[in-house]
Design a protein around this ligand. Structure first.
Ligand code: FAD
Length: 535
């Protein structure tokens, strides 16, 4: 074992939240910070090209490549669950879509007893993290580390989809992070001049040479070292060789919704009965660790178009594909700048609802499943997900080996309400597809297809074909109830010197994509950690 060094803060995981912490906590030159990341540096050029997620997702060099356990709600199917394993974490391999959720999401967190997390409390941190292309206003900030920009390409199909949404009464919205979330429009994306702005690019690169910040890559954290109820250090391996570091102030787990509960359980912190089953001595019985898992499930409808106006047509044509590459290299524009989706729609399955309960992601292309090559025919995808699912899953350990993947039980579509909304959501998709504007472009519904009509058939389709939209959260939830893992200042209940700061602390999934909220959590936690150090 190498000599043991001491740090003020040790951050585990250089993902969306971890990179924020590394930047903000090392801003004080007197504070020594260690950042440990299991993945490597973000040198793969596809990380930085927006459309490159097709190359980095499902690639073990940049993705943990998790596979869920067979899920009864999906007729026993197992899903691939990508998670970034590289500097920047999932922000380096995600779909680049910038969405914050609804003000009511955060107000609900606050209502659960989480002082300091209402929308009014968190809005300044969204603004602080942001460099918004269209300038500063009440909702957006400029000069922050994360570039947020508009799309660099408009397509006829996307414009028509927005028009079709208007035909069924969904208003145009050009800013889903502004005063109103409801509506249809183009997504904002985490991009600067056609290049991905991950948290590694925005937060880590500008400070990586600070002498008081040490960044270790390929460092697989094994466990938190404890002295009674105090976290005192961390153990990790690099290429099988074990290392340790001591911590003077705090250890912060930012290993994400799968990694953070896994590390806690490997350290003897979690549901005691489960830990004993695995052969791990429970040191702190905390029943909520790994529980409360929530995710957005996308139900994809695919429509064949009458004309070759989709990206399938461009990608399947070698000459047009080459021209796309040249356009990107010369101007940083064109189809290679496309994020995972172009058009977003937030709407309601019932007019009685206060806020939208479903979100559409529209892609001017189609494939059998996300990450697969495009179909040989012209088609587009309208994917829809329920925003606030009631279904709750969990993460268990399969063994005490830190290199083994944990068991992921998403438990999708396990409540009658989630099942009902899945069915209604497909009906809303069809309503938009059947408008005058969009109907004239569509040749046929490829999936679910005309044979799928009754509610029971639609639900069966959702069970057979839906996929994750990559938003697992909630497995180390913040709160004041017996299943809460961290308190509202993100300190582990019943422990000293240990916090969790990442998407796992969300008590309830936000009504939208989760990268911007994870970054906000990193910003807010950095302030809380610095404040607490002074008290
Ligand atoms: C394919 C994909 C597409 C997505 N698309 C979007 C999108 O378009 N818009 C959006 O808003 N959100 C999207 N998301 C979700 C969003 O990116 C995540 O919610 C967010 O990045 C989570 O941040 P985090 O800090 O909690 O975890 P992460 O960013 O995942 O960071 C966790 C880090 O911890 C490291 N780690 C884990 N375990 C260990 C260990 N034992 N030792 C050392 N290091 C460890 C990981 O390697 C990783 O770098 C997507 C996610 C994926 C995977």
């Amino acid at each position: 074992m190498n000599s043991i060094e001491s740090y003020d803060y040790i951050i585990v995981g250089a993902g969306s939240a971890g990179c924020v912490l590394a930047n903000r906590l090392s801003a004080d030159p007197k504070t020594r910070v260690l950042l440990l990341e299991a993945g490597g540096r973000d040198w793969n050029p596809w990380i930085h090209v927006p459309v490159g997620y097709f190359k980095t997702m499902h690639n073990p060099a940049t993705d943990w490549c998790y596979l869920t356990e067979p899920d009864p709600g999906l007729n026993g199917r197992r899903l691939q669950w990508p998670r970034g394993k590289v500097l920047g974490g999932s922000s380096s391999i995600n779909g680049l879509l910038y969405i914050r959720g609804q003000a009511q999401d955060y107000d609900r967190w606050r209502q659960l007893g989480n002082t300091g997390w209402s929308y009014e409390d968190v809005l300044p941190y969204f603004r602080k993290s942001e460099d918004f292309e269209y300038g500063e206003n009440d909702y957006h900030g400029v000069g922050g580390p994360i570039a947020v920009s508009g799309v660099r390409i408009h397509r006829k199909l996307c414009d028509v989809f927005i028009e079709a949404a208007g035909e069924v009464g969904i208003p145009r919205n050009d800013d889903f992070s502004g005063a109103e979330q409801e509506g249809a429009g183009y997504f904002h994306q985490t991009c600067r001049k056609g290049r991905r702005c991950s948290t590694a690019v925005g937060y880590l690169n500008p400070v990586k040479r600070r002498p008081n910040l040490k960044i270790e890559t390929h460092a697989l954290v094994q466990r938190v070292l404890l002295d009674g109820r105090r976290a005192t250090g961390i153990a990790w391996t690099v290429k099988g060789q074990r290392h340790e570091a001591r911590c003077r102030r705090e250890i912060i787990l930012s290993a994400g919704a799968i990694g953070s509960p896994q590390i806690l359980m490997l350290s003897g912190i979690g549901p005691a009965a489960h830990l004993k089953q695995i052969g791990i001595e429970p040191l702190h019985d905390l029943p909520g660790v790994g529980q409360n898992l929530q995710d957005h499930l996308q139900i994809r409808s695919i429509y064949k178009t009458r004309e070759p106006i989709t990206l399938n047509d461009e990608v399947n044509n070698p000459i047009r594909k080459m021209l796309m590459g040249i356009e990107y290299l010369l101007f940083r524009t064109g189809p290679l700048t496309i994020a995972a989706s172009q058009v977003c729609v937030f709407t309601k399955t019932s007019p009685d609802l206060e806020t939208p309960d479903i979100q559409f992601h529209i892609q001017p292309l189609s494939a059998d499943k996300p990450g697969d090559g495009p179909h040989r025919f012209s088609a587009f995808t309208a994917s829809v997900c329920q925003l606030r699912p009631e279904s709750r899953g969990r993460i268990d350990l399969k063994s005490g080996d830190p290199a083994a993947h944990p068991a992921i039980f998403p438990n999708y579509l396990s409540t009658p309400n989630d099942q009902r909304i899945a069915v209604e959501a497909i009906k809303v998709t069809r309503k938009i597809a059947n408008t005058k504007a969009l109907g004239s472009l569509i040749a046929a519904e490829h999936e679910p297809g005309p044979d799928v009509q009754t509610d029971a058939e639609l639900l069966e389709y959702a069970r057979d074909r839906s996929q994750t939209i990559y938003h697992p959260v909630g497995t180390c939830k913040m709160g004041i109830d017996p299943l809460a893992v961290v308190d509202p200042r993100l300190r582990l209940h019943g422990m000293e010197g240990l916090r969790v700061v990442d998407a796992s602390i969300m008590p309830n999934l936000v009504s939208g994509n989760t990268n911007a909220p994870a970054i906000m959590i990193g910003e807010k936690a950095s302030d809380m950690i610095r404040e607490d150090a002074q008290s």
